[in-house]
Design a protein around this ligand. Structure first.
Ligand code: GUN
Ligand code: ZN
Length: 437
């Protein structure tokens, strides 16, 4: 039994913070304590109280004056795209054909998949993210590699092999039957093993035949507790091509509705250009729109209507994500910095508390895992990060004039990156300091 007592400035959200002054939305302890035992948080609160509960002889790690937060959650990433990060000059469909699909053919080689899975989770951890929803390549071995690496680190991750059987090169296509068989085998092997969760992953409507979409729907009916992840309404040419391929559909969202793929565990990447009818369909089914600001700016896809989707009569559930490698940074801090600007360009604001809620409890709720991660509540898994808002000369100097927690969080978000992440605990064990430099 391993027991550790962390000391620092603890911050955890209770609900969506309505305004910048909504202090009842979070719990903050200037001198806080978190008692970790066997991978869980077993006591949390003022340090003096928690220390009393911990008793004599427990190992104390003092992170003062830094912040202790739940680990960040990234709701949409592509692990096989590490080596196409920052590929120049294309919008979505050209970017997929020129860079992405050729890159993903390399994952035919299982050894390559294992190497990239290892390096990928190293970067995720280095940037303070403790849970991701990840797309693997079409190759079953890439998903095996991802889950083996994730399980070996005892991380709570969600992933699936992409299903894609058309409009892509031979090296990255499967068939309706093989995608069904491979998915089922992967679910059997990995879903529920330790902290691993399988996501049924039809890449998007363009790269699946109607037969394969039907197979994805069959898997969803057979395994109703699984996540489903795909892409929706990212780019105008993508939307037009989808309409050509599914001429009977009312709109893009209707394709996923038709095949039974919408629901409270469905993660829909991008959702930039949704009609009111489509937004209603997401709302009615509880499906989640995933905001990927660095990707949406980089690929010139458009401005995600965050506040419009959130505050409409039928609100849409929202998660935030990097979308590496269409996204340009592994850091959820960099992501919310760009997110703030995307929202500002639409004449709206996202407060620092709303941002940090989104990165932690908000994303956990969107992924239906808030009973396990995303807060510092007793009984949840001890995935915790240590943040230093003054980790660089620029931010250290700026910190001299920071007076409030809101200002500190906004500085972290606006300028911070992996250097602000001092330590990462995965299920109670230090993980960032264990990485090779
Ligand atoms: N749509 C289908 N596949 C992808 C992908 O890999 N990245 C992005 N950004 N959009 C997609
Ligand atoms: Zn994506």
């Amino acid at each position: 039994m391993t027991t550790t007592l962390l000391r620092g400035r603890t911050l955890s959200f209770l609900r969506w913070p309505e305004t910048i002054d909504d202090h009842a939305a979070y719990r903050y302890e200037e001198d806080g304590g978190l008692l970790l035992r066997d991978g869980k948080i077993v006591a949390a609160g003022a340090y003096a109280e928690v220390a009393k509960q911990a008793g004599e002889g427990v190992k104390v790690i003092d992170h003062r004056p830094h912040l202790l937060l739940p680990g960040f959650i990234d709701a949409h990433m592509h692990f096989p795209q590490m080596q196409i990060l920052a590929s120049y000059g294309a919008e979505l469909l050209e970017w997929l054909n020129t860079y992405t699909f050729p890159e993903e053919t390399k994952f035919e080689n299982a050894q390559h998949g294992r190497r990239i899975a290892r390096l990928f989770l190293d970067e995720v951890i280095r940037h303070g993210t403790t849970t991701v929803a990840a797309y693997c390549s079409v190759h079953k071995s890439s998903a095996d590699a991802f889950f083996a690496e994730s399980h070996g680190r005892n991380m709570l991750n969600i992933a699936g092999k992409v299903m894609m059987d058309r409009n892509a090169p031979d090296g990255v296509t499967d068939t309706p039957q093989s995608s069904y068989d491979d998915t089922k085998a992967l679910v059997g092997e990995w879903h529920g093993k330790g902290r691993q969760h399988y996501a049924i992953t039809p890449r998007f409507a363009i790269t699946s035949t109607p037969e394969q979409m039907g197979m994805a729907g069959a898997l969803a009916r057979e395994f109703p507790d699984l996540h489903i992840q795909t892409h929706l309404s990212e780019n105008h040419a993508e939307i037009a091509f989808t309409q050509e391929l599914y001429p009977w559909s009312k709109d893009y969202t209707d394709v996923y509705e038709h095949y039974g793929l919408m629901g409270p565990k469905t993660l829909l990447g991008h959702c930039i250009h949704l009609s009111e009818r489509e937004a209603d369909a997401l709302s009615a089914t509880g499906s989640i729109a995933v905001f990927c600001p660095t990707s949406n700016l980089f690929l010139g896809s458009g401005l995600f209507p965050y506040q419009r989707l959130r505050s409409r009569r039928n609100p849409v559930r929202i998660a935030a994500a990097t979308d590496v490698g269409g996204g340009t940074n592994y850091s959820m801090l960099r992501t919310m910095d760009e997110g703030y600007k995307v929202i500002a360009l639409q004449g709206e604001k996202l407060t620092p508390f709303q941002s940090f809620w989104q990165l932690t409890r908000g994303n956990a709720e969107a992924l239906s895992i808030a009973d396990k991660v995303g807060t510092l509540e007793v009984g949840t898994d001890a995935d915790i990060i240590v943040l230093d808002a003054g980790a660089t000369p620029v931010t250290r100097l700026r910190m001299e004039t920071v007076r409030t927690l809101a200002e500190e969080l906004f500085l972290l978000q606006t300028v911070g990156d992996d250097r602000a992440v001092r330590e990462v605990y995965i299920a109670g064990n230090p993980a960032k300091s264990e990485l090779a430099a």
